[in-house]
Design a protein around this ligand. Structure first.
Ligand code: BTN
Length: 243
């Protein structure tokens, strides 16, 4: 897979989507600084307040069959990242559908975007942001609704480039498997790290108890009306009580 590093860009996801629209092949693009990083649900992904390389920000671009079910892809990516950074599964947890938590605060997130392509293919971009260093003391923490955790707490020697070197081969292998097997092989791995399992949560306006995920990566929500099966897309999951 081609690798590119940019000192600065708006968003590595935008760079990767543009690359696919222009007919490009598999690409991993990282940046020391993003000026318009974005997260799910139209939120901004702010890393610039902490300085260059205070976070690892990168995107993987590839094409996949247009009919491949992507509903569990962000969970499989989350499992892969967590298994590389915390193999003992002691401290990194995953919050459906796209958040990485370390010791109860948000360590990183995953943003998957797609672009239609000819010939029954679909362009898929997986954007990953991981906080490496703690926020400087003068930064307004109220903009970080889920808190802010830094990988340095787990691995003080981690840099953007050493972390990317560890993640890239694992993600490549995971994507090859996902293309043929879908999410099912990661269901148990996700459940080992599931932050909200058994907890009272709210998905959009719907309250319930989180009951893990289906073999397709949908959230299972126990409600007064029975067990609901919800897929990622535009849904947000909140714990009723903070951690
Ligand atoms: C989220 O928490 O909602 C997802 C955050 C994803 C952030 C990464 S950083 C690299 C890539 N480029 C972006 O603009 N977003 C993703």
């Amino acid at each position: 897979m081609e690798r590119r590093h940019l000192a600065e860009c708006g968003s590595t996801n935008t760079e990767a989507l543009q690359h696919l629209r222009e007919g490009g092949g598999p690409l991993l693009v990282s940046a020391s600084r993003q000026t318009a990083g974005r997260g799910r649900l139209g939120r901004a992904w702010l890393t610039d307040q902490a300085g260059d390389d205070a976070a690892l920000t990168f995107s993987v671009a590839m094409t996949l069959p247009a009919d491949l079910d992507l509903s569990g892809l962000s969970l499989a990516v989350g499992c892969t990242v967590a298994d590389v950074l915390d193999p003992a599964a002691g401290r990194i947890r995953l919050k459906w559908p796209n958040d990485l938590f370390l010791d109860g605060a948000k360590l990183g997130g995953i943003l998957i975007e797609t672009v239609p392509l000819p010939d029954q293919r679909r362009g898929v971009v997986i954007g990953i942001g991981i906080n490496l260093q703690p926020l400087p003391t003068d930064v307004d923490r109220s903009t970080f609704a889920s808190g802010h955790a830094a990988l340095h707490t787990l691995d003080p020697a981690a840099t953007a480039s050493t972390t990317l070197d560890r993640l890239a081969p694992a993600l490549r292998a995971m994507l090859a498997d996902f293309e043929t097997l879908g999410f099912a092989p990661w269901q148990a791995a996700f459940e080992r790290r599931d932050l909200t399992a058994g907890q009272p949560v709210r998905v959009g306006e719907q309250p319930g108890i989180a009951r893990g995920v289906s073999p397709r990566g949908e959230l299972l929500l126990e409600t007064a009306a029975g067990l609901l099966t919800l897929s990622g897309g535009e849904l947000s999951l909140r714990l009723e009580k903070s951690l």
